[in-house]
Design a protein around this ligand. Structure first.
Ligand SMILES: Nc1ncnc2c1ncn2[C@@H]1O[C@H](COP(=O)(O)OP(=O)(O)OP(=O)(O)O)[C@@H](O)[C@H]1O
Length: 251
């Protein structure tokens, strides 16, 4: 792999109580690329994703190294608030706050103490443009975010994540609650976003991984079976387990 690396995992294990669900995963996520995590339900994809910005802190034990810009994310001394600005997350269900579109986008900036209206206005416009929502909402920024469609709400959540200028965006099945049109809008948005951000997405949908991602990882029973460039992964899998999964033999 010659690309520069956004995130490097070394021997990452995650357990809920006594139950290991991510087992000795080592991998490198390339910068400014989309990497997809696929695998059967319960294979540990979401658990692994949540470990990448310390979302498992209170519910699971995470060991191993997750290296980001010279720091081990998993170090107890890591500032989790700052980490989550650098590594943002978009969830399966759109989660707009019950406030205006504008206030949703700048929520993280307000928390960080930014109050300059010019700065906030500029960031709202930039983030909504990056999330491909600006044209649809520019005339109603003061309206409630809850009045948007599900697909628009999800793009708003992406804009909210982008507004704090992360390096990496984690997406946990971001389109599984959306219709096909909204799904393809989000996929197109992701392709634009990778110019500026690194994206790691968990998806159940193999077509989505093959359409949208540059790299695909297959997880099976907590283990990383294979991580390869998407075209090779689907056309010419290295591992028999990957080939079996792709041909529908299990999962
Ligand atoms: N908070 C939790 N407490 C205990 N066990 C959990 C918790 N969250 C997940 N698990 C278990 O960990 C295993 C891996 O779950 P995880 O959600 O990471 O898998 P997944 O591959 O993302 O599955 P899915 O595709 O269904 O979301 C499963 O056996 C699940 O039941």
């Amino acid at each position: 792999m010659t690309e520069s690396i956004a995130l490097e995992l070394n021997h990452v294990n995650v357990a809920y109580g006594e139950k290991p669900v991510v087992k000795d995963v080592s991998m490198k996520f390339p910068k400014n690329q989309i990497s997809a995590l696929i695998g059967a339900s319960g294979s540990g994809k979401s658990t692994l994703l949540r470990s990448l910005n310390r979302m498992n802190d209170d519910i699971a034990t995470v060991t191993g190294e997750i290296n980001f810009e010279g720091l081990n994310i998993n170090d107890p001394k890591t500032n989790v608030y700052r980490l989550r600005q650098s590594i943002g997350m978009v969830f399966q269900q759109p989660t707009p706050f019950p406030m205006s579109i504008y206030e949703n986008v700048i929520y993280g900036l307000r928390l960080a103490g930014v109050n300059d209206k010019k700065v906030l206005d500029a960031q709202v416009e930039l983030s909504l443009k990056q999330a491909a929502l600006w044209d649809e909402v520019k005339d109603k920024l003061k309206s409630s975010a809850l009045a948007l469609s599900g697909g628009q709400q999800q793009r708003l959540c992406i804009a909210r994540t982008l507004a704090v200028k992360p390096e990496i965006i984690l997406m946990d099945e971001p389109t599984s609650a959306l219709d096909p049109v909204s799904t393809s809008q989000i996929e197109e948005t992701m392709l634009e976003l990778k110019k500026d951000f690194t994206i790691i997405i968990v998806t159940h949908n193999m077509q989505q991984a093959s359409r949208s991602s540059d790299w695909t990882a297959f997880m099976h029973q907590g283990q990383l079976i294979e991580f390869n460039q998407t075209a090779d992964f689907f056309m010419n899998p290295r591992e028999q387990k990957t080939a079996d999964y792709l041909s529908g033999k299990f999962g």
